[in-house]
Design a protein around this ligand. Structure first.
Ligand SMILES: C[S@@+](CC[C@H](N)C(=O)[O-])C[C@H]1O[C@@H](n2cnc3c(N)ncnc32)[C@H](O)[C@@H]1O
Length: 253
């Protein structure tokens, strides 16, 4: 299955139906950084916005927010969510992050949360002094779970995507580039909550951001026996533990 078909099928990026809590051990916070860098005159671009869930809930009121996604189904969801939210100055539309058509020297901030990027194209669309804020899912994300299953997203990647993004951002000409690891503990209330996450996300799909083809395993089978073993070894007072590893990158044009 093509990666785009996976997202067209999911249609949103809403996890509110899953019962889990989280503790972050590191203090790199994307929302705080957006708010720190934005003011009422800012123009912000959010790449790979999904159903607009994060933009509508956490992005500040400012002059203009353009939020884009490759998937038309995600954009439909985002526009429905926008209507319900009553927020102003936000536009959702379809765009490929790897073939951007936004104007040069236009945005003050570009945000990319859990999506692919082309650093050079982002560089072009940012104003001089503009900020790039990236949060990504790293190779080590859910590593203990992936080890149980012997597979998963980025499981076979030789170079982690965090390092590739970091190098590409430096090579595109950005200054003050910082790569920060983010370590989060998630606790799932029940097996069904953990299963809901695994069925909705590509965590256990054998796919790679670093390979040329964008094929994804279809209808990933989750071996019940292996999952039960993982749950047995990772059940804590707070729930079923899943260690997440993300990364944050900040950079200035
Ligand atoms: C994991 S979701 C993240 C959604 C949102 N940024 C968030 O953090 O909740 C990844 C999103 O990136 C989009 N995406 C994947 N490849 C893309 C591309 N080449 N151009 C634009 N969007 C893309 C998918 O359709 C999906 O909505």
């Amino acid at each position: 299955m093509k990666e785009i078909d996976f997202y067209e099928k999911i249609k949103d990026w809403d996890f509110s139906m899953i019962n889990y809590s989280e503790e972050c051990l590191t203090d790199w916070d994307l929302v705080k950084l957006i708010n720190l860098n934005a003011n009422s005159e800012s123009k912000i671009l959010d790449l790979g916005t999904g159903g607009g869930e994060k933009v509508l809930e956490y992005f500040p009121d400012c002059k203009e927010i353009l939020a884009t996604d490759l998937s038309n189904e995600m954009i439909k969801t985002a526009n429905a969510n926008l209507q319900k939210s009553g927020r102003k100055n936000i536009t959702f539309r379809q765009m490929d992050n790897l073939n951007m058509d936004t104007p040069d020297n236009y945005f003050d901030i570009v945000v990319a949360r859990h999506t692919c990027i082309d650093a050079k194209q982002i560089y072009n669309t940012l104003k001089e002094g503009g900020k790039l804020l990236v949060r990504g899912v790293d190779k080590l994300d859910c590593w203990s779970l992936k080890l149980f299953f012997g597979k998963g997203q980025a499981f076979r990647d030789i170079k982690p995507i965090s390092l590739l993004d970091y190098e590409n951002i430096i090579n595109a000409g950005f200054k003050n580039v910082e790569l920060v690891p983010i370590h989060t503990r998630e606790y799932y209330k029940t097996k069904n909550d953990l299963l809901a996450l695994l069925l909705k996300t590509p965590i256990l799909n054998d796919c790679s951001e670093t390979e040329e083809n964008d094929e994804m395993e279809e209808n990933v089978e989750i071996d019940d026996e292996i999952l039960d073993k993982y749950i047995l070894e990772n059940t804590t007072e707070k729930g079923i533990l899943l260690i997440r590893r993300y990364y944050g990158i900040t950079a200035t044009k």
